[in-house]
Design a protein around this ligand. Structure first.
Ligand code: AMP
Ligand code: MG
Length: 353
């Protein structure tokens, strides 16, 4: 199989980082600070980024990483840095062979900070570049909702491997989506799923464990024949996707059920396994440019599961242009069979505005 080693490292790295995020999720104090763009970041985001980048660099020293976080504020806030280090140094997979594949523990706080900063690649269309969102849906993570640990490998701007760790989604692919699903689910029986895909090899899911990873099983998007029965997924945060436009599109399609709101790329995972049918992300602001780490893994996993992912104009997401999706606006992810129909409704609603 192609990219076998990359897939294994990515899955194990996401599983190990999820142990740390779950520990932080369970704590009241999450060491939250506000970034320059006013969005929140927690000790969980930093710790997960450090663990994943160290695992990548141990196995593929030449590869670059586009990571959401950087460590400059941590170098100024020593107390925060040492809190993260206390978590990071003790986080390991329970299967020692698997942990050794990742290079074992990080050796020092300084190495941890350097790893966080190694997520500074400019991205682009050449070479091997990983896209990492250590905690996607940080607002959901803080609210006790859905979040995802997201990692993808791009080669020459094309996504080849995608992995999503979703600690608060049900293990069972067919479990109907509910808004309160997985709230405070960390370590509850039946929760925590690891999605993965390799280009050309399909998409798979398996329980997210603390030990090792397995082959998992193949997943596919739903077979919706009647779009009025489709389950739509959208963000919780009104500032991240236009709920008014989504509602107008649903009405145009005759969709009867209310949309399920959940944070993070858990939406992509849900569409890929057929628990949800349609993921719409309609722009709220004209000037917002989507980040590659918010979409790279989910895009591949949905497409490999038989779905189609485009922006609101029907263009494929273009990951080769740097850290952001400069040529795309919004996201429309659905089973391939209904994509044209959904996109037509999106166009009608947007052109009528
Ligand atoms: P979600 O969980 O679907 O709400 O998406 C979370 C992601 O939305 C975060 O990782 C941010 O990078 C991204 N984000 C922040 N501001 C915006 C915005 N104005 N429009 C779209 N996405 C945004
Ligand atoms: Mg994110």
């Amino acid at each position: 199989m192609a990219f076998e080693k990359e897939l294994q490292v990515a899955q194990l790295a996401v599983a190990r980082a999820s142990i740390l995020t779950k520990a932080v999720f369970a704590e009241k104090a999450k060491g939250t600070i506000s970034k320059e763009d006013k969005s929140p970041v927690t000790i969980g985001d930093y710790g997960a980024q450090a663990l994943i980048i160290c695992a990548i660099k141990h196995n593929f020293p030449q590869d670059e990483v586009v990571g959401e976080e950087e460590a400059s504020s941590l170098r100024e806030q020593k107390d925060l840095s040492s809190k993260i280090w206390n978590l990071v140094k003790d986080t390991k997979l329970s299967d020692s062979d698997s942990d050794a594949i990742l290079g074992g523990p990080i050796r020092s706080e300084d190495e941890m900070l350097q790893a966080i900063d190694a997520g500074n690649s400019a991205g682009g269309s050449k070479g091997r570049i990983w896209a990492l969102d250590p905690i996607d849906g940080t607002k959901g993570f803080l609210r006790g909702g859905q979040y995802a640990v997201c990692l993808a490998l791009m080669v020459d701007g094309d996504v080849k491997v995608g992995v999503l760790g979703c600690p608060n989604l049900p293990v069972k692919d067919s479990e109907p989506l509910k808004e309160d699903m997985g709230i405070a689910a960390t370590d509850a029986e039946g929760y925590g799923v690891l999605f993965s895909a390799v280009q050309g090899e399909g998409a798979r899911s398996q329980p997210l464990t603390k030990g090792s990873v397995s082959q998992g099983h193949s997943i596919s998007v739903s077979k919706v024949t009647d779009v009025t029965q489709a389950v739509m997924c959208e963000s919780v945060e009104a500032g991240h996707s236009s709920k008014g436009d989504n509602a107008a599109i649903a009405e145009k399609l005759g969709v009867t059920g209310r949309p399920v709101q959940m944070d993070s790329q858990a939406k992509y995972g849900s569409v890929a396994r057929g628990a949800g049918d349609i993921y719409l992300r309609l722009p709220v602001r004209k000037d917002y440019v989507e980040k590659i780490w918010d979409h790279a893994a989910g895009d591949l996993i949905v497409r490999e599961a038989g779905g189609q992912v485009t922006d609101i104009h029907g263009q494929r997401l273009n990951f080769s242009l740097g850290r952001t999706l400069t040529e795309n606006k919004g996201v429309v992810a659905t089973p391939a069979d209904i994509h044209a129909q959904v996109l037509a409704a999106v166009s009608e609603v947007l052109s009528a505005k």
